[in-house]
Design a protein around this ligand. Structure first.
Ligand code: SAM
Length: 422
């Protein structure tokens, strides 16, 4: 269903309003007190010399403060009929008239620069173009409205988007914590709502590091929000790496535009290779924090830190902040799952090393996205078993399959509330 001129015209109707008439000298004081009751789009109408009127949304009986104002300033009221159409109605008012009552107009969407993106439910899909066009018309700051077609299944975690209304362009500029980030929402991973999670980890790293110089290996960096922010906020040195060449393009641009060339080194390779190159001294970089934000697979890369001490000659062990999905009814069960998976990669890992466990969001009732922070254990770091075979990247398929089933399940966002429509 598309928004046609006929559909817009069908929304036109006459509506009764209360017009209030007063001496022009009282207009400012009336507007200050009762601005929110002025009928949308209504202008002051010249009734006679020095007398103007305005249409309002007041209904009888009038509130006491209005009655008092009218008495004090000798105002008159009159009932009037006005023609109300598409332009005068809000997003919710339009959609609640155009889509069936049993279907909720979508109330949450994410804004990325001038792009708004929905995750429409199957019942809302037949009305997707209508929803998109109304949102665009009612938000002058937007240029593009799209819908995310499915969950992120590909290696680069990029979404499949369908244009609903506006410009077919997914270039965006986002400001986060004083950093300017360029991106293309179709070509790279981006999630505005991870803002508070980046804040949390930066604060936590600051506490852990005391006054020590912070050196971060950001192995799955996307377009670089974490590295750029920690470089700016904590004067950290970072390697920011992502396998996606499009991320690399924007990462370099973002480093340059934020003038962080001396602190952030951009790389475009497999995460495991970055660490191996550091071990081989092909890359010179000492790190004391590893940030691993690829929830679907990151834990499988942990085996690369086995034998860390022999390979680097360093006794001080790095802190690792690793994301993952786990299923459980409470934190203890979730931690158990993380532990079982981590121990396959780092045989010496024990729960006592956990410094922080944080649940970011409930994907379903049982499945959560979490972040576990720990310090690499001495036994794994000193182990001479060498690297394990590369972990089977499908051994997380349980979780991938679940993601497909999730389409109809309510996703309970707890990172941050989605932007609400007025
Ligand atoms: C969930 S995103 C996280 C991006 C970033 N941390 C952020 O907050 O915006 C994961 C990123 O990992 C990258 N990626 C996937 N497999 C990778 C690998 N083997 N090595 C390096 N990066 C990889 C993807 O391209 C994607 O940009």
């Amino acid at each position: 269903m598309k928004l046609t001129q006929e559909i817009k015209a069908s929304l036109q109707k006459h509506q009764k309003v209360i017009s209030i008439q007063m001496d022009v000298h009282h207009i400012n004081s009336f507007t200050q007190k009762f601005k929110k009751f002025i009928f949308k789009g209504s202008r002051w109408y010249q009734e006679e010399q020095n007398i103007k009127s305005i249409n309002t949304t007041f209904k009888e009986p009038f509130p006491d403060n209005l009655l008092q104002f009218m008495n004090e300033n000798n105002c008159q009221t009159r009932e009037k009929e006005v023609l109300v159409g598409y332009e005068d109605l809000s997003y919710n008012e339009v959609l609640s008239q155009l889509i069936p009552q049993n279907i909720q107009p979508p109330q949450g969407f994410e804004i990325i620069g001038k792009i708004a993106h929905f995750n429409l439910s199957p019942e809302q899909l037949p009305y997707k173009y209508l929803i998109g066009q109304v949102l665009l018309d009612k938000n002058k700051n937007l240029q593009t409205v799209c819908n995310k077609l499915e969950k992120l299944h590909n290696v680069y975690r990029t979404p499949q988007l369908e244009l609903l209304a506006g410009k077919d362009s997914y270039d965006a500029v986002v400001n986060e914590g004083g950093i300017k980030l360029n991106l293309n929402f179709e070509k790279v991973y981006w999630c505005t709502r991870l803002y508070s999670e980046r804040e949390r980890i930066i604060k936590f790293i600051k506490e852990l590091s005391k006054d020590q110089k912070i050196q971060v290996l950001d192995l799955f960096c996307g377009i670089g929000p974490f590295s750029l922010r920690i470089a700016k906020d904590l004067d950290a040195q970072c390697i920011a790496n992502d396998l996606n060449p499009e991320c690399f393009f924007y990462l370099k641009k973002n480093i340059t535009e934020n003038k962080l060339q001396n602190q952030v080194i951009p790389l475009n390779m497999d995460a495991r290779d970055v660490v191996l190159k550091i071990y081989d001294k092909q890359l010179e970089f000492d790190f004391n924090h590893v940030y691993m934000n690829l929830p679907v697979l990151a834990i499988n890369f942990l085996d690369v830190f086995k034998g860390y001490t022999q390979k680097t000659g360093k006794v001080e062990l790095p802190y690792i902040h690793v994301y993952g999905f786990a299923k459980g009814k409470d934190e203890a069960e979730l931690i158990d799952q993380f532990q079982q998976r981590i121990v396959q990669c780092l045989p010496g890992f024990e729960k006592t090393q956990i410094l922080n466990f944080h649940i970011l969001k409930n994907v379903t009732k049982m499945k959560k996205m979490c972040c576990l922070s720990f310090q690499l254990d001495k036994r794994s770091a000193e182990s001479d078993f060498g690297l394990l075979e590369q972990q089977d990247e499908n051994n997380n398929s349980d979780f991938e399959d679940d993601e497909k089933d999730e389409e109809n399940q309510q996703i309970e966002e707890v990172i941050n509330k989605k932007v609400k429509i007025d």
